[in-house]
Unconditional design. Sequence first.
Length: 140
Amino acid sequence: MNDSKLVSERIVRSYELDSFGHVNNAVYLQYCEGARNDYLKQRGIQFSNFRSWNVGPVLYHAAVDYKRQARADDLLHIEGILTFKGKTRFHIEHKMIRQSDQALVCAASLDFAFVNLTTQRPCKVPEEFLKAFRVMSPNS
């Protein structure tokens, strides 16, 4: 695995299309979430870890740039780079590339903060999460 990039793939399903025959704009955020879940698994983290740590990442900002259409059965290769922002936050840059022609379909920039699940207040990034992703972040 390349330590500087995280990778995931998604096949566009027909139910993800809008009335114009291409992927509905909101679905790209679901692709980002699915890719983030894959990134966590690639680094040895499961969602059950967050419950045991009593913390969770909360999305607080999303910016999505739509570049090209994706249609049913397109295979999207999703690359991500995660960086830390201070003691409580992290950022993921996603690029979704259509495999058939290597076209950039979508770029998304997502910001997360860790919160304590009991108090719902911001908290430090868990040490285990830091260790899993530190190699990616020059700011850590």
